[in-house]
Write a protein of this length. Structure first.
Length: 190
């Protein structure tokens, strides 16, 4: 089981690069954003709770996310080959919970791919994405809140994974292909 965490600020290209990693390595994709948006669209109780946080640019409580991920992993046997975690973990507590959850399945996070992108570029990308996709959370006010949350709550996770020897920094600017080639080169060295 080969497990990858794709890490970076909102707009850093996690979703785009996740698709390429999945295609290249045959990993099962867990995007917490997609899972939560699906629940919101269906109007489930979980979706309503999630929306109350997401619409304010806040993170979902850790316990709720761990429960969701455990359910997704256990419901999908194809996750046994390996998983790419997109949008999770976002806090050190979540990283510790993920480590524990994977250990129960005799697995671990093998690598954290950290996409590094300057803030102005992130804002520009997210605004463009909002115009194309119509995602309501891609507006300037919410983007700034999400980046603030990222810098204060999520970015410290980078140091956690650096200390664990798992974090691999990837320049997240340039062509999609060049970024992916950097990721493949990094993974090939593991």
């Amino acid at each position: 089981m080969f497990n990858v965490v794709i890490f970076g600020a909102p707009g850093s290209g996690k979703g785009t690069q996740s698709e390429r990693i999945i295609s290249e390595y045959g990993l099962f994709h867990i995007s917490t954003g997609d899972v939560l948006r699906e629940q919101i669209a269906k109007g489930t109780e979980l979706g309503k709770i999630a929306d109350s946080y997401i619409s304010k640019g806040q993170l979902i409580p850790d316990e709720l996310m761990i429960d969701i991920l455990s359910q997704v992993l256990d419901a999908n046997p194809q996750a046994g080959k390996g998983v790419i975690f997109d949008g999770f973990p976002r806090t050190i507590e979540q990283a510790k919970a993920l480590k524990k959850m994977l250990a129960l399945r005799e697995a671990e996070v093998d690598v954290v791919v950290g996409l590094e992108v300057e803030e102005e570029e992130l804002i520009e990308r997210l605004l463009k994405r909002g115009q194309v996709s119509g995602r309501s959370d891609d507006n300037l006010d919410t983007i700034k809140k999400r980046l603030h949350v990222y810098h204060n709550q999520t970015k410290p996770l980078k140091d956690y994974y650096v200390k664990e020897g798992k974090y691999k920094q990837i320049k997240g600017t340039g062509t999609v292909e060049n970024i992916f080639n950097s990721i493949k080169e990094t993974i090939s060295k593991l």
